[in-house]
Design a protein around this ligand. Sequence first.
Ligand code: SF4
Length: 234
Amino acid sequence: MLFSAAPAVVSPVPNAEAPRDCPLCPRLVRFREDCRVEHPDWWNSPVPVWGDPGAWLAVVGMAPGKHGANRTGRPFTGDYAGELLYATLLKHKLGEGEYRADPGDGVRLTGAVILNAVKCLPPANKPEPGEIATCRTYFEAALGQLPNLRVLVALGAIAHAATARALGMRPAQARFGHGAEVTAPSGQVLLSSYHTSRYNQNTGRLDAAMFDAVIERAIMLGRGSNGGGTGKPE
Ligand code: SF4
């Protein structure tokens, strides 16, 4: 193998994970192989779901960032977008520990999971529609194996559309907008947020207060959830 980084996190849904050399998206496989040559010590593989098996909340990103999850193997870990995400989750007691942008930092999510609609790094940070559709197999399987899941926060329009489809809705039934929310046929609530990307934060499209408000709303919606155990909304 050309890469050496071992997974530092254990998936809460191991039966829903893709094999490390998943062959289903040829373009992403080629890009993965290029990254393995360029950075043999990076993760460079489908990024597993991470968090609490009893999660009532799922935070959904579009796809791994090159220097974040694709490098470290833990969702949103190691890139700019993860800084605000983890700070906000920890602030609201949806995790324990001190985030240090490293999958070995000892952070533990409580009541929450983080995952991506597409598990592999896409070129130019843009998955193609066919790749989103193909990886939905894993995405839906993961959601289906989280029995207490009640609220999903999608970061960005692409993650939002993919999550709406995974929950059995057409995108037209679940329009994207910061703070928008829709209830799926399952009764689960899909909340959308602008992505915590560096671009969105630097341009002022999203700030910490705006993102905090979405997570606070998720916690409010999660009240009365019968799931979670740890991290259950109070
Ligand atoms: S994006 Fe998903 S379906 Fe496509 S190769 Fe990666 S793990 Fe497999």
